[in-house]
Design a protein around this ligand. Sequence first.
Ligand code: HEM
Ligand SMILES: *[C@@H]1O[C@H](CO)[C@@H](O)[C@H](O)[C@H]1NC(C)=O
Ligand SMILES: *[C@@H]1O[C@H](CO)[C@@H](O)[C@H](O)[C@H]1NC(C)=O
Ligand SMILES: *[C@@H]1O[C@H](CO)[C@@H](O)[C@H](O)[C@H]1NC(C)=O
Ligand SMILES: *[C@@H]1O[C@H](CO)[C@@H](O)[C@H](O)[C@H]1NC(C)=O
Length: 316
Amino acid sequence: MASNLLVLLVLVAFSAFLKADGQLSPEYYRGTCPKALSIVEAEVRAAINKETRIGASLLRLHFHDCFVNGCDASVLLDDTGSFVGEKTAMPNNNSLRGFNVVDDIKAKLEKACPGVVSCADILALAARDSTVYLGGPSWKVGLGRRDSVTANRTAANTFLPPPTSNLSALVSSFSVQGLSFKDMVALSGAHTIGRARCTSFRARIYNERSIDSCFAESLQCNCPVSGNDNNLAPLDVQTSTHFDIQYFKNLLNKKGLLHSDQELYNGTSADSLVKKYSTDTTVFFKDFARAMVKMGKIKPLTGKKGEVRINCRKVN
Ligand code: HEM
Ligand SMILES: *[C@@H]1O[C@H](CO)[C@@H](O)[C@H](O)[C@H]1NC(C)=O
Ligand SMILES: *[C@@H]1O[C@H](CO)[C@@H](O)[C@H](O)[C@H]1NC(C)=O
Ligand SMILES: *[C@@H]1O[C@H](CO)[C@@H](O)[C@H](O)[C@H]1NC(C)=O
Ligand SMILES: *[C@@H]1O[C@H](CO)[C@@H](O)[C@H](O)[C@H]1NC(C)=O
């Protein structure tokens, strides 16, 4: 009995030490909001049942959060008098989606455990749950991130790679975040789901030689030389609602939608890894899951830093 108590005390002290040390833990809400994970999962599932694409949008939100001053939900903040938010940054404006789903999840969590679950953790969980529900791999999500009290549009424009990026630009924008070449190629596999606007791939389908000509032609009707900037095309022409290795198979056939996608298979050192992923679901899933965990650990606010926002769109 007494020794059980001692073990418990040691465990509590140890976990407090971990938190103070800035670590995330999958068990973070076990005591304070045991239903947190099932609430997020149920909401994500419902949202995807309503609109399949939203799973892709939620996965992308976490990426766009983490690459801009860390995974701190800064991407969710609306503009205020004291800062311009990230929502209107170039890669985000008229493009990022899923804010209402995050609001719905947050409302449910506030009802169950007020003031406990951060918006940054919601994004990390929703990204994982979306991936799983669309057929991809699963992973344990480290939790305990807190939310920023500010946002920075310039930083979003600086740190999020544009679709015109060449391979070396892609490598460096990931390495700035502590992510490797392999992480970059694996994470790009997220483009096995979701859609892009005409404005993101127009230059490629009219000007480039590294694109299958029938594929390019098939896209031109819905994405004219000028106008219709917001018309959509699937990032994975074959199965854009299934998380699979088809994205990599497409690259082998010069059917990457974005310039940055095809840069991964264009006669360079990246080719062999793309080839590997295009034939081996197990390896891709393993590398993707590992890279997502790594991405989720970018500069989290922990301990007393930041806050747990009550409304994900504004600071408390
Ligand atoms: C490698 C560098 C990357 C570039 C240059 C890039 C660029 C883009 C662009 C331009 C779009 C289309 C946006 C639009 O036209 O509205 C897009 C969509 C998307 N991206 Fe990326 N991305 C990259 C990496 C990632 C990563 C690491 C993830 C997640 C792990 C991701 C997930 C997605 C998803 C799921 C969509 C579809 C979203 C939807 O349908 O709402 N991307 N990306
Ligand atoms: C964002 O998009 C809106 C609507 O198209 C546009 O009016 C606005 O100028 C854009 N903002 C920025 C900063 O580009
Ligand atoms: C916003 O981000 C830019 C680019 O990283 C940086 O130069 C600038 O100092 C940041 N602004 C604030 C107020 O932190
Ligand atoms: C890649 O893009 C960067 C940034 O746009 C540019 O400075 C560089 O010259 C390009 N590298 C190659 C090999 O084209
Ligand atoms: C592929 O390589 C060619 C020739 O080096 C280059 O012109 C092109 O920009 C590269 N990338 C893509 C996506 O076509």
